[in-house]
Write a protein that binds this ligand. Sequence first.
Ligand code: ADP
Ligand code: MG
Length: 422
Amino acid sequence: MNYNKKTVKDIDVKGKKVLLRCDFNVPQDKATGAITDDKRIRAALPTIQYLLDQGAAVIACSHLGKPAATFDSYVKKQAEKGKDPASITREEWEKSLKKLSLAPVAQRLSELLGKDVVMAADVVGPDAQAKAAALQPGQILLLENTRFEKGETKNDPELAKAMASLAEIYVSDAFGAVHRAHASTAGVAAYLPAVSGFLIEKELEIMGGALANPKRPLVAILGGSKVSSKIGVINNLLDIADTIIIGGGMAYTFAKAQGGSVGKSLLESDWLDYCNEMIAKAKDKGVKLLLPEDTLCAREFSADAEPVLCDTMAIPDDMMGMDIGPKTIEAYSQAVKGAGTVIWNGPMGVFEFPAFAEGTRAVAKALADTDAITIIGGGDSAAAVAQLGYADKMTHISTGGGASLEFLEGKELPGVACLLDK
Ligand code: ADP
Ligand code: MG
């Protein structure tokens, strides 16, 4: 995939109407609907401010949550949850949509920008059309939740065309959504000159750079819960990295595949052969593959379980692996020390339980202490690094959970592929 894409700086936006796809998929309080974390709105500000300063009229859009775009699909969803379809009313459906309105985002955005944000009542309907037509340079309009349109997730060309007709340029800055080929993330780019905003530019520069032309040695640290969710990542990084470090729940499927006993640890029996294939591939390619030598175990999956140190290959039947042990921490920290680039995806243990967070903390510290380029991908890994207080010590923490995983898998990202090459 070509990561070298045109940005807002490569195109003249002065006096132009710019459709800007943001990731305003913010967490909300279930009861009140209040935004509980505005990080994603803040992250969009540099691109928005740049466009406004350049004299563009900004038409921002985003999805929020998973609304049922039609009454029928709402009824179907509720029926799946065990509700009697006959009892479901249109009012109820409309209420569910209202909860996912972007109006609270418009208000927060307005506070952060210190200027009015015009809110449209629809995505491509009469209100959006009228407000987009009237929008002046330096002003900003926010369209309603793109997933209120049933064509959004189907990447319907008619919807994409209708969205494109509101503007003259398309800018994508929603890295968290670029792995989805939806009308607002990819389809619309067929009808307008399409470039990236600063968020996507940074992701492509740093993550793309690390994958395409890394400063070596490239050390990839892979953890998290399951092998099965990281198959593509392991496979792709084996083609690129010099060293691959395995931790987290997936280590036990590797240990079992190598003839170890893993007790009650997380185990995916269907993936044993795959683990051996990966071990063979590493050998073949001359990639160093490190597995945990020792493991901190527990008798039950609980925060107050007593930690017991075991050999990873000989975990007793009544125990489960919860974190990497001290010898492993030492070996992994050493491997990070000499790195030119470190890519980390997946916690080393059940870091949510303080007694089993040390492996993840120590690896985070090793990354914080190295001069190497350090890149964190994956939702839980980013959360772990932030929770442990090391976020500002990393070169880059990817803003997209799912998108960053697909990036590391070497997959083509539809929302990036559709942008103009440099
Ligand atoms: P990411 O979102 O960064 O890609 P994952 O979703 O793959 O990461 O994995 C994160 C989860 O893995 C965490 O909730 C963590 O508790 C869990 N995990 C890590 N080690 C273990 C383990 N030994 N046993 C069970 N779960 C684990
Ligand atoms: Mg996760």
